[in-house]
Design a protein around this ligand. Structure first.
Ligand code: PAF
Length: 271
């Protein structure tokens, strides 16, 4: 990577970087396509980062499909794929603890303890190595985007990287694309479309409800399907990620995590 990058930098080429954990789908490809439009060289990393999993079973079951991933990246004309091994990324235990000023204490951070610290560890290692001009992240991981922007500004400012967030890509029935979708059995996969259906329904008529009523209605409608169980639904300010009492158009997002059996899915919609 270093040799390739030296060459790219000497030739003053701009670089777009898409970090991933593999099991690629059209959501990832939309990030590489965006990068290709905006940069000379597009680099994708594939690394299932152990430090961001708070549950060993989840880490073991995380889908892996390196050969198919590389073929998919080749078809989309991505320039470089970086697939490091664990001991290359973590030659020794990474003991760094990041302070996100509370951004990591809500929603995903509350239910997946240490998750964002692990994300910050790997993203900072990758950013230090690749030092891209632009780095691309999907808005499905709404809180992750906020954390990475904070990390970039407060810990990695010297690297001068622009963080670019790209829209959620959805399956034809509305389910947000995710590597975890392929772990769903047919029954759960069909049930899972209720998540985005419900979010979209209340996005249209949110004005008719108080925020607490809105959250309750979304939760009840999803939980009405016995295959689904809402873990949390929150309606938050886009910058602070704190719960709000009133929805302000352009400033507020509803975020949800739902168990479809053992598979945990997340989604969000902006108001
Ligand atoms: O969003 C992901 O796939 C991961 O959290 C990331 C950013 C690649 C870090 O491992």
């Amino acid at each position: 990577m270093s040799v390739l990058l030296n060459d790219i930098r000497m030739n003053k080429k701009s670089t777009g970087f898409v970090p991933t954990m593999g099991a690629l789908h059209q959501g990832h490809i939309s990030l590489t396509e965006c990068s290709k439009l905006q940069n000379d060289i597009t680099i994708v990393s594939i690394f299932v980062n152990p430090t961001q999993f708070n549950n060993q079973e989840d880490l073991q079951n995380y889908p892996r499909s390196l050969t198919a991933d590389i073929e998919m990246l080749q078809r989309s004309n991505c320039d470089i794929v970086f697939t490091p091994e664990i001991d290359e990324m973590y030659p020794e235990n990474d003991r760094r603890i990041f302070d996100f000023k509370g951004l990591d204490k809500v929603m995903e951070g509350k239910y997946r303890k240490g998750h964002f610290n692990g994300v910050a560890q790997i993203v900072s290692v990758l950013f230090e190595i690749i030092q891209p001009t632009n780095a691309y992240f999907g808005k499905k991981d709404f809180q992750q985007v906020a954390i990475i922007k904070f990390l970039n500004k407060n810990y990695l400012n010297d690297l001068n990287i622009n963080i670019i967030s790209c829209d959620i890509i959805r399956e034809s029935d509305g389910l947000a694309m995710s590597s975890r979708n392929q772990l769903l059995t047919v029954e759960y996969r069909i049930a899972a479309k209720l998540i985005s259906e419900t979010l979209f329904k209340f996005q249209k008529n949110y004005n008719n409800f108080t925020v607490s009523r809105l959250k309750k209605n979304i939760e009840d409608e999803i939980n009405a399907n016995p295959l689904l169980e809402v873990e949390y639904i929150d309606i938050v300010d886009n910058d602070t990620l704190q719960s709000v009492d009133y929805i302000e158009t352009g400033r507020t997002t509803a975020c949800i995590a739902v168990f479809a059996g053992k598979i945990r899915l997340i989604d969000n919609i902006s108001f």
